[in-house]
Design a protein around this ligand. Sequence first.
Ligand code: A3P
Length: 357
Amino acid sequence: MLTDLLPNQNTCSHSTAINGENPISNEQEHFHNELNGKVNDIVATLPKGKGWRGPEIFLHKGFWLPQTAIKSLLMIHEYFHPKPTDIFLAAFMKCGTTWLRALMFATANRHRYKISDHPLHHTGPHGVFPSLDAQIFLECPVSKFDNLPSPRLFATHFAHNLLPTSMTSPSSTCKFVYVCRDPKDALISKWHFMSKIRSKELPPISFNEAYELFCNGISEYGPFWDHVLGYWKASQESPEKILFLKYEDMKREPSVEMKKLAAFMGMPFTAQEEEAGVVEEIVKLCSFENLSNFAVNKDGVQKFRAPVVVENRNFFRKGNVGDWENYLTEEMRDRIDSITETRLKGSGLALGLMHKA
Ligand code: A3P
């Protein structure tokens, strides 16, 4: 079953658009061929590293990206027109975007749907909340994003300084929610996920190899620390524009973080809503236990840029804090923690050093 876009909601209006089943027109083919030429020229000049899903990734303006992501980025720069009310969910891979998608969608649409008959029951978080990085691929050159109701919600894995200033400049009023996580847990989660979606023609990546690559910053959308720091610094400079959340805080006090999130989105929960338990209802709807048990999240698939098709079940693994303890030796843990400490020093941000407390 493919997750469909919902008509007349915070999604693209064409149900076949997100799943990539639209036949490609001559105009689109010509457009893609031209763009592919440009991307090939760019990539030919860039340092190469080992890809976790495909064979290689490229160091583009300080971040490691697959060739297809470089193409998306060019498309975002050329064709995406942010609206002042847009809200972007940004994160390094495997830091909690599936969860945040569900929470943000449910919050933004809480007056539209009953919890008992909510689109999340049959659509899945990726179906209701498009990935800008993947969706731009399917929509260009004729963007259908304009048909989305406000506020439009988009997810992105791109680093802050890679995105167009029309989105990131403090003078633009669109907002970002950034979610980050202990890098040790992000590494474990990413290794599992990428191993599942890794091209079958390539040999698997062992955990030790993934660990080395991660510590050296070489993984899709990384280095992890630069990604986090870019959004952290921007959130310090413009707190009204970027809300910086941690997965661990969300797990510990979901209702507290949810209230922050709703207020930041410009849709604070009223006293009546709080009394009526709306916050807790949304938290429950979007909990790992609940979401991961919906049939769509057990059997559905999500199409990204061809040839990437991901089974929805792969977005739900354990949903715990501290699973790294089952994988890392003390030495491995100390190395990542020391990179984190060094890289974040003086920034005012602390991440994943709980075991030292
Ligand atoms: P684990 O692999 O540690 O279990 P992303 O959504 O950004 O791809 O991140 C995936 C991580 O978030 C996975 O972590 C996944 O299990 C976890 N996750 C997915 N849905 C969740 C939810 N509703 N609540 C908490 N964690 C969730």
